[in-house]
Design a protein around this ligand. Structure first.
Ligand SMILES: [Zn+2]
Length: 230
């Protein structure tokens, strides 16, 4: 199925059916957008490092550069103006999927200093996976040709902490919260920060057989920095 999707995308963006409505988000190869009917807002207006990267390595480099700006208090807030809104209104070519926690202190577009149309963001408590979430993560690489998936854990994750305490104390959390506990049971350790890192590595290990170019990283609430774990 995945091979079929990828090969279908390659055929489509290779020129056979470019311009169809079904391609509103798929016209992305080599940084070129194929939405012919849309008045182009030239990407050359963006600084070089903010153009959409076309490889996993360049995508990670762009996110790292944005995170350094955020850390240093020099965020540029790129791609957040009306011209960018018009540019992406009928197309999109995001360059990374970020699977991260719902925590209000870790908004991916902010901590990576990017804007509209740059990321596909999937957020669940402690970036826990289930089949629907997995489908959302797969959408980017398989349908839009997104080159990079980032699993982003973070310091002092409340969801991991709550799960660890529930496991330690043998408590059942109310309602569907217990599903989060069960999702984290396999990486339980009393050391919360170690458990957070282990969970991020475990999530990456689960995604890598399915998707190319998956990296795991940790966001530090104190410094604002993102460190690659795996
Ligand atoms: Zn969290």
């Amino acid at each position: 199925m995945r091979d079929e999707l990828i090969s279908r995308r390659r055929v489509l963006v290779g020129g056979a059916l470019v311009g169809g409505a079904a391609l509103s988000g798929a016209g992305f190869v080599g940084g070129v957008a194929f939405g012919r009917a849309v008045p182009a807002v030239p990407e050359r207006r963006a600084p070089r490092e903010l153009r959409e990267p076309v490889s996993a390595e360049r995508a990670w480099a762009a996110l790292s550069a944005g995170n350094r700006r955020w850390m240093a208090g020099r965020a540029r807030h790129p791609h957040q103006d009306p011209s960018r809104r018009r540019y992406v209104a009928t197309r999109q070519h995001p360059y990374a999927v970020v699977l991260s926690c719902i925590d209000s202190r870790v908004p991916p577009e902010v901590v990576f200093d990017v804007g509209v149309g740059d990321l596909l963001v999937v957020r669940t408590a402690a970036h826990t996976l289930d089949p629907l979430v997995l489908g959302a993560v797969e959408y980017g690489p398989e349908e839009l040709g997104v080159p990079l998936v980032v699993v982003l854990g973070h310091q002092r994750c409340g969801a991991v902490t709550a799960a660890a305490h529930a496991i330690r104390d043998r408590v059942t959390l109310p309602g569907d919260l217990q599903r989060i506990v069960e999702a984290l049971r396999g990486v339980y350790t009393p050391d919360i920060e170690r458990m957070i890192a282990a969970h991020t590595r475990d999530t990456v290990a689960r995604l890598r057989p399915l998707l190319p170019h998956v990296v795991g990283a940790r966001y530090d609430l104190d410094s604002g920095g993102v460190t690659r774990l795996v």
